[in-house]
Write a protein that binds this ligand. Sequence first.
Ligand code: CTP
Length: 406
Amino acid sequence: MSDLAGKHIVLGLTGGIACYKAAELCRAFVKEGATVQVVMTDAAEQFITRVTMQALSGLPVYFSQWDAREPNTMPHINLSREADAIVIAPCSADFMARLVHGRADDLLSLMCLARPIDRVPLLLAPAMNREMWAAPATQRNMAQLEADGAIILGVGSGFQACGETGDGRMLEPHELLEDIVAFLQPKPLAGKRVVVTAGPTFEAMDPVRGVTNHSSGKMGFAIARAAREAGAQVVLVAGPVHQRTPRGVRRIDVQSAQQMLDATLPEAAQADVFVATAAVADWRPASVSTSKIKKAEGGGPPALAFAENPDILRTVAQGERARSGRLFCVGFAAESDDLAANAQAKRARKGVPLLVGNIGPATFGQDDNELLLVDAQGTRPLPRASKRSLARTLVAEIARLLPSPA
Ligand code: CTP
């Protein structure tokens, strides 16, 4: 699946050392299926060549408003009309100031001014020294640009090319890509709050050992990302996994089922949607030794007794908010066989309107999956696809099933 298939992006480069990251961003756009038209200012050309950007985008770079290649000699009109989005990366402090004032004496600022404002979004990835970023003039300009309808993609923090450390670095190409893909997705969950549990739980038996399972967390993280793309405010309660937190998602890390429940309840109390993808351990060791259990000579293995863990999904689904229809709960069922029958039974047992079935051992750790949606109307298979694509389909389905506001 290509996240930007069919999209046409005009990528504007202005003067800044972060131009080297724009090369990678351009490549990432193309890899995701977008066509990319690069436009550079004179200052950008001090940092990176047209040749580099043409090779990566596969299209000649535009740089002058007097460009004779355009039959009507109006590249500022033609380029801006074709775009699904104009992305300025890096966007220098000077270019922000030029946009604020509606300057139009070079191709890129002229094109931004000439864009159809209600149809072609303008996204800015600022890049500058920390003092320049914090300067009242820049902050004032940023506020004005937002008020004028531009989208400020934010800045990173850390070591800067000038040797100083602070805010103002351009976001990394993979961060910009994720934010821009999210921006271009439909927003059926705008204004909604979504809580997702993900990954396994780890149930300690002593300070070094415990009981867990093979869940990678990929499906839950994909759902959190898809919900954020759909415009929701998302909280992701994650067991121990090695996954990158999706951009714009608040993550709470936990270990045990009890910790997952404790973290989930206050969040679910304010949410509109709860999606339980976590592979929560059903049982935990009945007692946890405070020091490592030692192997005694000839003593044999220790006897392990288990206690039952709280059922997070059932607890939330039986809460007042869910029963009054203000919280829509979605469960997952990881089965090893007889998926449809097991999933229907589980939906009834958990008391949720929608349950998503999958064959657990076949999906743990994989990047793709196939799902079975089970609701009061019956079952509907979602054929094999990437977890990201399935997550988007599932989020769209959840949005469709949400009660419409009275
Ligand atoms: N779940 C949960 N808390 C638990 C166990 C499960 O929130 N203690 C949630 C899971 O996140 C999932 C759903 O319940 O959304 C079903 O999980 P699953 O392990 O398949 O179901 P169980 O109730 O444990 O049933 P069984 O293991 O008997 O199939």
